[in-house]
Write a protein that binds this ligand. Structure first.
Ligand SMILES: [Zn+2]
Ligand SMILES: [Zn+2]
Length: 175
């Protein structure tokens, strides 16, 4: 959704308040695509603080289905969006070195709310996602989910691709 900032930009001490629906049904990152299970609209408020200085706040919640880092079972992962950004649109592009990325969602009089929200989701994305703290993961030989039961593999720590070679050795021993 694109928000027209021309009104709030033309006059100081005004604000624009807008609930933005998240259109995405899944969220794609470099790590993969994650279905969105639940979402609230993100309420965005743009305040013209003084002379082209703006404060942008937003809040909302999005819940994704993300595979557990260890066992790959889907985990409901909620990301709470609650951000405050101070943007100075006086500073020409290029000189705003540190904040350049921060304002790539504003182009002229238009705020690209989807881009802003995407960036905030990425910022809030957890570095580790586990179905539970003591998830046992999967057997790296047969792929058995070790939270659901054990398997008969020896704990060799071998790469699953090695299991073929290991079976060859087993058969050899039995002869
Ligand atoms: Zn797990
Ligand atoms: Zn196994």
């Amino acid at each position: 959704m694109l928000l027209d900032l021309s009104g709030v930009m033309s006059e100081q001490h005004t604000e624009l308040i807008q609930d933005v629906d998240i259109d995405m049904t899944e969220f794609s990152t470099g790590y993969g695509s994650f279905p969105i299970l639940k979402k609230t609209p993100v309420s965005i408020r743009v305040t013209h603080v003084k002379e082209h200085r703006f404060q942008i706040t937003g809040s909302g919640r999005v819940t994704f289905s993300v595979p557990c880092d260890r066992c790959l079972e889907p985990v409901e992962t909620e990301i709470v969006l609650d951000f405050v950004k101070n943007v100075d649109l006086n500073v020409p592009d290029g000189e705003q070195a540190d904040e350049l990325d921060e304002t790539n969602y504003i182009d002229g009089y238009t705020l690209d709310a989807d881009k802003l929200i995407r960036g905030e989701i990425l910022t809030g994305w957890p570095t580790k996602i586990l179905c539970s703290e003591d998830c046992k993961g999967i057997c790296n030989v047969c792929g058995q989910n070790l939270n659901q039961g054990t398997c008969n593999c020896e704990d060799t720590g071998l790469d699953p691709r090695m299991s073929v070679i290991r079976d060859v050795f087993k058969n050899f021993k039995e002869v």
